[in-house]
Design a protein around this ligand. Sequence first.
Ligand code: MLT
Length: 327
Amino acid sequence: MKRLLVLAAAATALFANAQTYPGSKPVSIVVPFAAGGPTDRVARDLAEAMRKHIPGSNFVVENVNGAGGTIGATKVAKASPDGHTLLLHHIGMAAAPGLYRKLQYKPLEDFEYLGMINEVPMTLVGKPQLPANTYRDFENYIRANAGKLNIAHAGLGSASHLCGLMWQAAIKSTEAMTTIPFGGTAPAMNALVGGQVDMMCDQTTNTTGQIEAGRIKAFAVTTAKPLSSNKVLKDLPTLQEMGLKGFDLTIWHGLYAPKGTPPAVLAQLNTAMKAALKDPDFIKKQEGLGAVVVTDKRVDPAAHKTFVANEIAKLKPVIDAAKQFAD
Ligand code: MLT
């Protein structure tokens, strides 16, 4: 009898939680990188679209940067599973386990997966003073100055860090470039525009505007196919066209909640997220910056989690080969 009463109380609490969720308390979407960067861009666009689909909701973005996104991810892994703290992260969710020896969360066990949001191409970009205007000149310059140049990124395990690793491995540079970490590629971009760093591999959501304004140089895109529908990026060659066989990298973004968040709350969030991904304004904003909004089954939690598990396995050899680990 007592067990029945306990079960009934739990069910009532769950139902009540879902009925009152989110209530007047804000829903914080933690972005594990600095404000103004690519991850932040996705989060702010998604928050605006999701607000429309959960009446009375107040989705706010909270930037918690550092250590390639692991500080923000740790915060959410340890947050109360009440649906008021979410994580918007990317490929770094799959890179961290291979890079951080003392990672304070397990990506596949400490989160509820809410679904994938988009996939964003990357661009190889350089400071305005770089003495190169084509990808071929750029790669020759990097080779001729092996060990003397630097590359900016958003911390070990960030998308920009991973792209830099993969690209340097692909061109078989004789010496690794000096890496300059930032709290995100927004501050890194400021340094690139100012000529304080030599180059970066960054998402089109952050580089398109700078390229169009002529504030940085652009040399190639990381996707298998050219971005022919994007007026700013359409003439950039792919790295495959430049001889780097099989180079194909896009940065996926997903939404996560702490493990143990009530299923009814997760279902509400996933429904609102899916509606946001179909929102014309959201799609227009994302596509204008070269991003592709996910429309396949990865918008569902189970497929999203399977995809990330596969990405962890896929990235491990890349990370092991680079021999760059952190505690
Ligand atoms: C990355 O390189 O992981 C992202 O560009 C970080 C960011 O959103 O600033």
